[in-house]
Design a protein around this ligand. Structure first.
Ligand code: GRF
Length: 216
């Protein structure tokens, strides 16, 4: 029997360096029998879209603005419709249904309108967050950790890959890695060290989840 093939859908918003780590891991076999079959971005200028195109991976730009324009006085409705459509794109679109969805620098807080249909389809969602469980949830986590290291004697921060739930950056951790904070280090230098950890951890997190699927 040939080894089972795994399909990943990757959600991005920016540079896509973590997407690139996943692309490279599929090519090198670090993620065995795995391919990225769809990349979705909520920002049209995301360089990650170019990275996907270079790797011949189909891409979709899913634009929140058109939903906000349709519901100018009801942001919640706009977000719910956006999220429901995002789930439909993934579950009913022309791309293979994923075994796993990876949020890789995805800067959009998903609601149950997305989470429920994906859970009903039995598909896990994992997210990269550049902090440790229970610390610096939300945006600018690296910046906030750096400031805490400079001002409040915090000795370390870290990176985690966690399961996505409705609460932001709060799902069960799949894998974490601590990153020491160095006195006097610049924010840029810390960011560089953290991104290097991210690129390894996002592959390890995906590998662990897919390995778990393979055992079912
Ligand atoms: C990561 O720290 C991610 O959490 C944040 O941007 C950084 C890199 O994202 N959103 P990317 O994978 O290079 O787009």
């Amino acid at each position: 029997m040939p080894d089972r093939q795994y399909n990943l859908t990757v959600l991005i918003s920016g540079n896509g360096s973590n997407l690139q780590a996943l692309i490279d891991a599929c090519a090198s076999g670090a993620l065995p029998n795995t391919r990225i079959t769809h990349v979705i971005s909520n920002r049209i200028k995301a360089y990650g879209l170019e990275r996907a195109a270079k790797a011949s991976i189909p891409t979709t730009y899913h634009n929140l603005k058109s939903y906000k324009d349709k519901h100018p006085n009801a942001l919640d409705t706009a977000r719910e419709e956006y999220d429901a459509e995002l789930a439909k794109i993934i579950l009913e679109g022309q791309h293979p249904r994923p075994d796993l969805i990876v949020c890789a620098g995805w800067m959009h807080i998903v609601t149950p309108s997305f989470l429920s249909p994906i859970a009903a389809a039995g598909i896990k969602i994992i997210n990269l967050h550049p902090a440790l469980p229970g610390e610096f949830a939300g945006a600018h986590a690296i910046d906030r950790a750096w400031k805490a290291g400079q001002e409040e004697e915090l000795k370390r921060t870290g990176v985690m890959i966690h399961e996505v739930i409705a609460e932001v950056d709060a799902g069960d951790a799949i894998v974490t890695q601590e990153v020491e904070l160095r006195e006097g280090e610049s924010l840029d230098a810390l960011e560089e060290r953290i991104h290097a950890v991210e690129h390894g951890l996002i592959v390890e997190g995906a590998r662990r989840v897919l390995e778990g699927l393979g055992k079912k």
